[in-house]
Design a protein around this ligand. Structure first.
Ligand code: NOJ
Length: 804
């Protein structure tokens, strides 16, 4: 069953049935002003921080309410409906609607009772407020008189938690006022005599505003209870029913902004208004509203600016393959998803309630990988930031606060850090993610100078990027476990696997191995012979340990606990086969060809399902060891045998690196949202964004997916597809092209911007191979192998690769 379709040209997902199995969301705005909106206008907004800058209230676990509601009332019949299907929820036989989620805007189209409405929601580029632009058209033959009401439910306190749970306080600090065209809500209004910058108990008066432009306010209400009415709901607010909001204000209790305008429409006539919402002081609010006096022109221009901005970002890497799902994900939706995780980390969605006031180290360093091929300049800024959150001992701060102050931070060795962040210790993998991320950035951009850029450490001192990476090696070297592999410390990538401080994870060991391979390239560039020797010796030693201890007939084990128990051996009654050690044995380059093929075959046999490969199997139940925290989850979900989609990206990459195009693509397709557009009743989640996990075979809801948008899945799948399936493998000096694709792809094209040049790449595969390169022509000249040195590229470079 589907609820909509992809409009690839506009880069929109169009929802044609509003009764989706879950709220299907979109992101608006920037870190200055963020907003999440569903296809039924549910959602919330915040200035700067989801935790401390909350403006619009949203009640989690509550069927997507409240939201940015616009009610339309026919003053003659007294019938009313909403510009989004909910909250009024008219019969879908008579109410027709479409929701267009686009790049940083959402547009709701509705037709009911011969009135066509278009509600466009967006945050203008580089602005810190939001716009709800409504267009209403009379499509009938008689004149109509409408009352249009916009409703914004303010939080009583900018701190989201206080607003929802500390009512004995937050109900008594809020008040509203009306002025000309706007409702002003002031939180801590009694502190308005304080001078700028002054505070009482860390608090100061804060203004929010909800205003109307393009029409006169006919009535208003600043009090939620009066607007909705006791024993009414968002579906039938008393103020809307009455056609007059009663001009009430609030002093204490729940504030809101509700503004009504009377709109008369002749047959065929269209009128436009705009509601503006933000955390703005009165004068600024008045000035902003003035800019929207003629909403038609102002809003159209701003929408155009947003589209230009985002479509330009996405344009740097585009594919045209025989798979529409692959094209739509890589060209638009996976890419846009990567930008959203890059921007929002795990801060604000319908699942992340906004309380996480920082960046997870490993998450963020991986998120960066998803945008490197599209926006290396954005990526490098974040890389600098994350390097500045590396402690001078080489480890990463598990949580990097949004207020991070490089050079002056406490570390997990300090009780203060532990208390403030809740992270009790270093994790084994955090800093190891830097290796592939920094390498990918330098290789994409060609910015070799970055290697020598000096960046502070989190707590004290500074060093070049090269030095930072060396310290990451030192960190693992100084924290070895019982067999000489990197120690498990607090956890590895898997938050639910506690191997103990001296336990050892094969996943981390593979990451460490790869880190050393990558750092050797830097050392070669630096002509640091002594260090190359050190890395070679250390890497060989590590390889021997892994080969001696971690290969178990047809699979790599998951690790050792500090007591020496082996986790993930083939004879274990539960969790005897794990996905990540198999894929990472290949990604790291450690597995022999034979081991790689065997391990990947076993993944295919034992872990794969029609919705992707489960993280491990069988799930923990009765045989969990002490550190197997996954057992706290139901079977088949999350880390307990769920299809943890982030890992799907690594298995795509591993298969592609082995040249197994069929399997790489199969893994892509199984879990690709766009490939499940017709299975919305099973998947439940938006068909245009990734989720953290899909329920596995052992769940009664096999195939249902969860935790939308903000997930590491976006970047690992992007890397799996771009570097793996499409075979874009830049290095310091050029670009290797090594596609791994389904046999029946006879040809495909790639448009890629690379270091200021544009590459138009045509790949031909008449012999139906899964991988390989018979011939590579660059501007008509044959290359050696499948490598293009950067210096042969021209502004417009024509590339032809014959696979078979
Ligand atoms: C979610 C976390 O955000 C991510 O860092 C972690 O690796 C996965 N859980 C797996 O446990």
């Amino acid at each position: 069953m589907n609820y909509g379709y992809f409009d690839d040209k506009q880069r929109e997902y169009v929802i044609t049935r509003p009764d989706t199995p879950a709220p299907w969301a979109n992101y608006l705005g920037s870190p200055e002003y963020g907003a999440v909106i569903s296809n039924n206008a549910g959602g919330y907004s915040f200035a700067k921080s989801g935790a401390n800058g909350r403006i619009l209230r949203y009640v989690f676990n509550n069927f997507d309410q409240p939201g940015r509601y616009i009610y339309i009332r026919d003053n003659e019949s007294k019938d009313y409906w909403s510009a989004s299907w909910q909250p009024v929820g008219k019969d879908l036989e008579t109410y027709k609607s479409e929701c267009h989620h686009g790049t940083a805007y959402t547009k709701m189209l509705a037709d009911y009772s011969e009135i066509h409405s278009e509600a466009l929601y967006y945050v203008p580029l580089n602005k810190s407020y939001e716009v709800w632009n409504l267009k209403v058209t009379n499509t009938g033959k008689k004149a109509r008189s409408l009352t249009v009401t916009g409703y914004a439910e303010f939080t009583n306190n900018s701190n989201y938690n206080e607003d929802l749970v500390n009512l004995q306080y937050s109900l008594f600090i809020t008040r509203t006022a009306f002025e000309e065209n706007r409702i002003r809500q002031t939180v801590h209004g009694n502190l308005d005599t304080l001078k700028k910058g002054e505070m009482v108990d860390n608090k100061t008066a804060t203004d929010r505003v909800f205003g109307l432009a393009g029409a006169k306010v006919s009535s208003f209400c600043g009090d939620k209870e009066k607007f909705i009415g006791r024993y009414h709901s968002y579906a039938d607010p008393a103020g809307v029913e009455a056609g007059n909001l009663g001009d009430a204000l609030s002093y204490n209790e729940n504030a809101c902004g509700a503004l009504a305008a009377e709109i008369a429409l002749e047959p065929g006539e269209t009128k436009e208004i705009a509601f503006i919402l933000g955390m703005k002081e009165n004068e600024e609010a008045a000035a902003i509203l003035k800019e929207y006096e003629h909403p038609e022109a102002a809003c159209a221009k701003e929408l155009e600016e947003l589209i230009t901005y985002w479509h330009e970002k996405l344009s740097h890497f585009q594919v045209n393959t025989p798979s529409p799902e692959f094209n739509t994900m890589i060209n638009t939706w996976n890419a846009y998803n990567c930008f959203m995780t890059f921007i929002w980390s795990r801060a604000a969605s319908f699942i992340y309630c906004g309380l996480r006031n920082g960046y997870g180290y490993r998450d963020t360093v991986q998120d960066i990988q998803g945008v490197i091929h599209l926006a290396p300049e954005m990526a490098v800024d974040k890389i600098r930031f994350m390097l500045s959150a590396q402690v001078d001992n080489g480890g990463g701060l598990p949580l990097v606060k949004f207020t991070h102050n490089a050079g002056h931070e406490d570390t997990p060795d300090d009780a203060s850090y532990v208390k403030e962040t809740g992270h009790p210790a270093y994790r084994a993998d955090d800093a190891l993610w830097l290796f592939p991320t920094v390498y990918k950035y330098i290789s994409e951009s060609g910015n070799l100078d970055f290697i020598d850029e000096v960046i502070p450490f989190a707590n004290k001192d500074e060093g070049t990027v090269y030095e930072h990476l060396k310290r990451a090696i030192d960190f693992s070297m100084n924290h070895l476990g019982i067999h000489g592999m990197p120690a498990g410390l607090y956890a590895d990538w898997n938050d639910c696997l506690r191997l103990g401080k001296k336990g050892e994870s094969t996943f981390v060991a593979f990451q460490f191995y790869l880190g050393m391979t990558i750092l050797k390239k830097f050392a070669q560039y630096k002509q640091d012979g002594k260090y190359i020797k050190y890395l070679e010796e250390s890497q060989k030693k590590l390889e021997n340990i892994i080969q001696d201890l971690c290969w178990n007939e047809d699979r790599f084990i998951r690790g050792f606990t500090e007591k020496g128990e082996v986790i993930g051996k083939r004879t274990d009654p539960e969790a005897n086969m794990w996905l990540n050690p198999q894929s990472w044995s290949v990604i790291s380059g450690l597995a022999t060809d034979e081991q790689a093929d065997l391990a990947l075959d076993m993944v295919n046999q034992q872990l794969n399902t029609e919705f992707g490969a489960v993280l491990m199997d069988p799930p923990y139940h009765a045989h969990a060891f002490d550190g197997a925290l996954a057992v706290i989850y139901n079977q088949g979900v999350k880390e307990n045998g769920g299809i943890f989609s982030q890992s799907q990206g690594w298995i795509i990459l591993a298969e592609a690196l082995r040249g197994h195009g069929e399997r790489a693509f199969m893994y892509f397709k199984e879990n690709a949202p766009a490939a499940q557009n017709d299975k919305a009743q099973i998947r439940k989640l938006e068909p245009y964004c990734y989720g953290q996990f899909t329920e596995g075979k052992t769940s009664p809801h096999f195939g249902r997916s969860h935790v939308h948008w903000l997930t590491g899945t976006a970047s690992t799948i992007m890397v799996g597809c771009v570097e793996g399936i499409m075979g874009m493998r830049p290095d310091f000096y050029g670009l290797k092209i090594s596609p791994s694709v389904p046999k029946d792809w006879e040809s495909f094209e790639i448009e890629k911007d690379f270091r200021g040049n544009h590459l138009h790449i045509v790949v031909k595969n008449p012999g139906h191979a899964e991988s390989g390169c018979k011939k590579l022509l660059v501007n008509g000249k044959e290359m050696e192998g499948n490598y293009i040195p950067a210096e042969v590229m021209t502004k417009q470079t024509e590339v032809e690769l014959i696979m078979s």
